[in-house]
Design a protein. Structure first.
Length: 303
């Protein structure tokens, strides 16, 4: 009896001696926004990727990302990389707000590397987009004088489907790769983030014509985050299939890539309301786990 009492006292007085601290995953994804262009209670598409437990990479910056960052009390001090899949409003409208949040909590200069698609038609190249936001004569030119001093190294990525997969970041075991996709008239790219043999892939918005590129990028990824904004034909408006990949094709792509798990995001109300049918459609090809994203969801990647 005395032994049991002594052990109980030790647990109270020295809990760290008896309970191991859980190891931080090599990568972790925090879903800031899991919604699409319509305002129905979800923030627009946005993610923060943690590397060794520290937020490092912002993937898209849809409306509401700023709010979610505050609600989650995320430490932005080490976020130095921004990956934009495309420049639709629901993926990029909070970029200046993110810069503002980061600058107001920083105790030193900030250097960003920003990647996004080259321009075409009505869409500027990413470097011009950033200039229009925060550089001289931009909409928020004051931002660079409001808080920490900021510098921006912006890289415009190839947008044609025959463009090769490229490596855009490689440092201290962290690797980021990209490849062109297709989203109607809006230039778009997908990204793969790898660290310590763990990989997560972000599809962005894309139609089925770009699936061969995505399958190549997502080979054997631990997590494939695929935007699921439509139901299988003919249950969504026909014009949306020129912009988005339906569930059955998502399942085939996940199977062909060898991805270990699938997270569906950028969810529309009709997709959210038909989750069993979406799971069944994807499950016809893909046998791995399938989850639906929600705002503020934390997803450890790999083991």
């Amino acid at each position: 009896m005395k032994t049991l009492i002594a052990l109980a006292a030790a647990v109270v007085l020295f809990p760290t001696c008896l309970r191991a601290t859980p190891a931080k995953p090599a990568l972790e994804v925090v879903v800031l926004g899991s919604g699409g262009p319509r305002p129905f209670g979800r923030a627009g598409s946005s993610f923060i990727v943690l590397v060794r437990g520290r937020p490092r990479i912002l993937v898209d910056a849809g409306p509401g990302a700023f709010l979610r960052i505050g609600e989650l009390d995320l430490d932005l001090d080490k976020v130095d990389t921004v990956l934009l899949t495309h420049l639709h409003i629901d993926h990029s409208a909070d970029l200046a707000a993110f810069f503002n949040a980061r600058a107001l909590t920083s105790d030193g200069p900030i250097s960003y590397r920003i990647f996004g698609p080259d321009g075409a038609g009505l869409f500027p190249k990413t470097s011009r987009f950033v200039n229009l936001l925060v550089e001289k004569d931009g909409a928020f030119a004051y931002q660079k004088t409001f808080g920490a001093r900021e510098t921006f190294a912006v890289h415009d990525l190839a947008i044609h489907l025959d463009s090769p997969r490229t490596k855009i970041v490689e440092e201290d075991g962290l690797v980021v790769e990209e490849i062109a996709t297709h989203h109607g008239d809006c230039p778009s790219v997908a990204y793969r983030i790898s660290y310590k043999s763990v990989a997560v892939v972000f599809s962005g918005d894309m139609d089925a014509s770009a699936l061969p590129n995505l399958v190549q990028l997502a080979k054997n990824a631990d997590l494939l985050i695929f935007n699921c904004a439509v139901l299988d034909p003919p249950d969504s408006p026909s014009q949306l299939y020129d912009l988005h990949t339906p569930p059955r094709k998502i399942g085939e792509a996940a199977r062909d890539s060898g991805a270990k798990s699938l997270l569906l995001s950028h969810l529309a109300p009709d997709v959210e309301g038909q989750q069993p049918a979406v799971r069944k459609s994807i499950g016809a090809s893909f046998a791995g786990p399938v989850a639906f994203a929600t705002d503020k969801l934390h997803v450890p990647v790999g083991k």
